[in-house]
Write a protein that binds this ligand. Structure first.
Ligand code: PGA
Length: 263
């Protein structure tokens, strides 16, 4: 069975000091709940680039993973303002979020950019969390499946079948991100089942059994169970509600309880 992943995307929030004080409170709550540190779900924090080294040092050899929110695809060179995959690996990152809707819609990232980043992440031993999702206009025009499958086909065009275990997809409807308006669990499940079908069609076999697919968009401790109790939903990517360590701990705990029956 796929191990669930519960991930905190802090976006452009928290200084190094704030990241460390979150980490102290959160780890204390988590280890009190799971005293042997045998956490039944994967937990990952995605701070700003600046806080990555401090959190990686703090959680080296601990079951709390650290990832980056973005990266460039080139190895090195004249790309002012960018961060290379090997730098993230060197700092201790295990994961990298790619193609987040804020990258796509605010910074103009394209499917082609995401393709290059996915390949670069895998080449450098980073586990990509590939975000896909439709805008409100696209949903209202009944284009959700078309848009999401286009993004999935693009990203997986450079993924070999044996690499699927390293890849996570996060289905994040753009209209649900940061709005307090989460998707209906039925709708999220439908799209996620569609993602699995698309992936199976790409590889011509039931490969999506190995692929983790998350839901993201206004997840909080009060609604995480409604998503993670669906068998096809392997976890959540949480923005706003992940900024508070108590609330994020509750999300992990509630998510795990919802998932227990499948583990
Ligand atoms: P949100 O963000 O939980 O604040 O809606 C989710 C995300 O952007 O990953």
């Amino acid at each position: 069975m796929r191990k669930p992943l519960i991930a905190a995307n802090w976006k452009m929030n928290k200084t190094i000091g704030e990241a460390l004080s979150f980490a102290g409170v959160f780890a204390e709550r988590l280890y009190r709940r799971f005293p042997d540190k045998n956490i039944p779900v994967d937990v990952a924090l995605f701070p700003s680039f600046l806080s990555i080294p401090a959190l990686c040092a703090l959680f080296a050899n601990e079951p709390i993973h650290i990832g980056a929110q973005n990266m460039h695809w080139e190895k090195s060179g004249a790309f002012t303002g960018e961060v290379a995959p090997y730098m993230l690996k060197d700092a201790g990152c295990a994961f990298v979020i790619l193609g987040h809707s804020e990258r796509r819609h605010i910074f103009g990232e394209t499917d082609e950019d995401v393709i290059k980043k996915v390949r670069a992440a895998l080449d450098h031993g980073l586990n990509p969390v590939i975000c896909v999702g439709e805008t409100l206009e696209e949903r209202e025009a009944d284009e959700t499946d078309r848009v999401v499958s286009r993004m999935v086909k693009a990203a997986f065009s450079v993924v070999d079948p044996e690499e699927l275990r390293s890849v996570t997809v996060a289905y994040e409807p753009v209209w649900a991100i940061g709005t307090g308006r989460e998707a209906r669990p039925d709708d999220a499940e439908d799209v996620i089942l569609g993602i699995r079908k698309t992936v199976d069609a790409i590889y011509g076999q039931d490969t999506s059994e190995n692929l983790r697919v998350l839901y993201g968009g206004s997840v909080k401790s009060k609604n995480v169970r409604s998503f993670m109790s669906r068998e096809s939903v392997d976890g959540v990517l949480v923005g706003g509600a992940s900024l508070d360590p108590e609330e994020f701990f509750k999300i992990v705990d509630e998510g795990y309880k919802a998932r227990r029956k499948f583990l």
